[in-house]
Design a protein around this ligand. Structure first.
Ligand code: ZN
Length: 92
């Protein structure tokens, strides 16, 4: 089920739930919420542009997952050896 983000119509509201926005899981067939479940003020759904964020990144996946970048960011890269044990190949 998709997660939707809602935020108050009135940006000046002091409701702790809808003032900064909140996420809720709904089925595709459910109608969008129109009022905050806490304060009953009007709210509206925000369309999140996840895919756009990813495509606008300067980094590509190959570069991001390169051994050098992983090591620089403090990750381990565990590779299964022929003896069945895993070895951190970045620790070499
Ligand atoms: Zn509210």
């Amino acid at each position: 089920m998709p997660t939707y983000t809602y935020i108050a119509d009135d940006a000046a509201t002091e409701c702790p739930i809808c003032a900064d926005g909140f996420e809720t899981v709904q089925t595709l067939s459910e109608p969008p919420l129109t009022t905050c479940p806490t304060c009953a003020q009007g709210i509206h759904r925000i369309v999140r542009r996840t895919a756009e964020v990813v495509t606008n990144q300067r980094w590509n996946t190959k570069k991001m997952l390169s051994d050098g970048n992983l090591k620089a960011k403090g990750f381990k890269k565990l590779v299964k050896q022929s003896d069945g044990k895993y070895r951190d190949v970045l620790a070499d």
